[in-house]
Design a binder for this molecule. Structure first.
Ligand SMILES: [Zn+2]
Length: 92
């Protein structure tokens, strides 16, 4: 009987990634991810790699950049195209 919950030396919450292949030893199902440090590790060869969170949506979305000058746009729209009426030629 081992009290794992209250032990300060409890193993890190690592989770196996199903179907993951180690980039170093090419072994399958040997990659574990530390949920605290987000470090992926191969239990077979000891390969470790800091893994960025894929599920996290980047907060820096370019959607907030909609501060375009609307006044200029209105002026452009008010510009009527009147090039289709050429002045009548006078052939005297
Ligand atoms: Zn490996």
């Amino acid at each position: 009987m081992v009290p794992e919950d209250n032990s300060p030396k409890s193993p890190p919450p690592r989770r196996f990634i199903a179907g993951a292949v180690c980039p170093r030893c090419s072994a399958m199902d040997t990659i574990v991810v530390d949920r605290e440090t987000d470090l992926r590790e191969c239990v077979a060869c000891g390969f470790s790699d800091p893994r960025p969170k894929d599920n996290r949506v980047p907060a820096a979305e370019p959607v907030t950049r909609v501060s375009r000058p609307a006044a200029r746009r209105v002026e452009t729209a008010a510009e009527v195209v009147r090039v289709l009426e050429p002045p009548p030629k006078r052939e005297d």
